[in-house]
Design a protein around this ligand. Structure first.
Ligand code: DX5
Ligand code: ZN
Length: 218
């Protein structure tokens, strides 16, 4: 299971997104873009036009995390805008199977996210439609929150379900991932790590990515 790091730009300088991306090019595997609509979560960030511009401005593939109502309507537009991976939330999608298929058909990896209170075992039958499962390790909405330790058993359960169903699905964690928490996430079975504060809150984002990868790969 190769470790992948996806730095979140949520708390970076939105006036300099191309530079923010360039800071981790060559070190990171993805750039994590948090799309929020002030309905699904109490915060409002960026939409399709910014993703379209950012996709042209960086060599990193974009990992778009849609924290929005009606992801069914919007997900394909993010693929068209240039995202390499589009993740929709179980709690928001009305027709997740159709939407996950549309994401794949449009040419991106299909991600499926679970809020902390959403049980992973409810979605076992959907695993064949998913390229990446995202277990949220904070309540979504803001960067810089503390990692929820109570999610570790769920990460383990998710890894076990993935293994049982063939094992090709990536398992992402997002929220409070840092040098202090990433090792336990990796031990529990996660292989794709989103980190906002731990990367962009540090003086040297590229080095922070390398450090996270080292600790996770131990
Ligand atoms: C939270 C977002 C995360 C967040 C991570 O709702 O989905 O991607 O930016 O930031 P940190 O790593 O600071 O918790
Ligand atoms: Zn996110």
């Amino acid at each position: 299971m190769a470790v992948q790091i996806s730095p979140s730009i949520l708390n970076a300088d939105f006036a300099r997104l191309a530079d923010v991306a360039a800071q981790v090019e060559g070190a990171a595997d993805w750039l994590h873009v948090d799309v929020m609509d002030n309905h699904f979560v109490p915060n409002l960030t960026i939409g399709v036009p910014v993703v379209e511009s950012l996709a042209k401005a960086t060599t990193l593939p974009l990992d778009c995390h849609l924290m929005i109502e009606d992801p069914d309507r919007w997900a394909p537009a993010f693929v068209e805008a240039g995202a390499g991976s589009v993740t929709i939330h179980a709690e928001a999608a009305r027709a997740p199977v159709r939407t996950l298929r549309e994401i794949r058909k449009a040419g991106a990896r299909a991600g499926f996210a679970l809020n902390p209170a959403t049980p992973v075992q409810d979605y076992e039958d959907l695993l064949g439609e998913i390229d990446m499962l995202l277990v949220m390790t904070v309540e979504p909405g803001f960067g810089g929150q503390s990692f929820l330790e109570i999610m570790l058993p769920k990460i383990r359960r998710a890894r076990e379900l993935i293994r049982k169903n063939g094992g090709e699905i990536w398992l992402q964690v997002d929220g409070g991932v840092s040098a202090a928490t990433i090792e336990r996430c990796a031990e529990a079975g996660a292989d794709v790590f989103v980190a906002g504060n731990a990367v962009y809150g540090s003086g040297d984002p590229a080095q922070a990515v390398r450090d996270l990868r080292d600790v996770a790969g131990r």
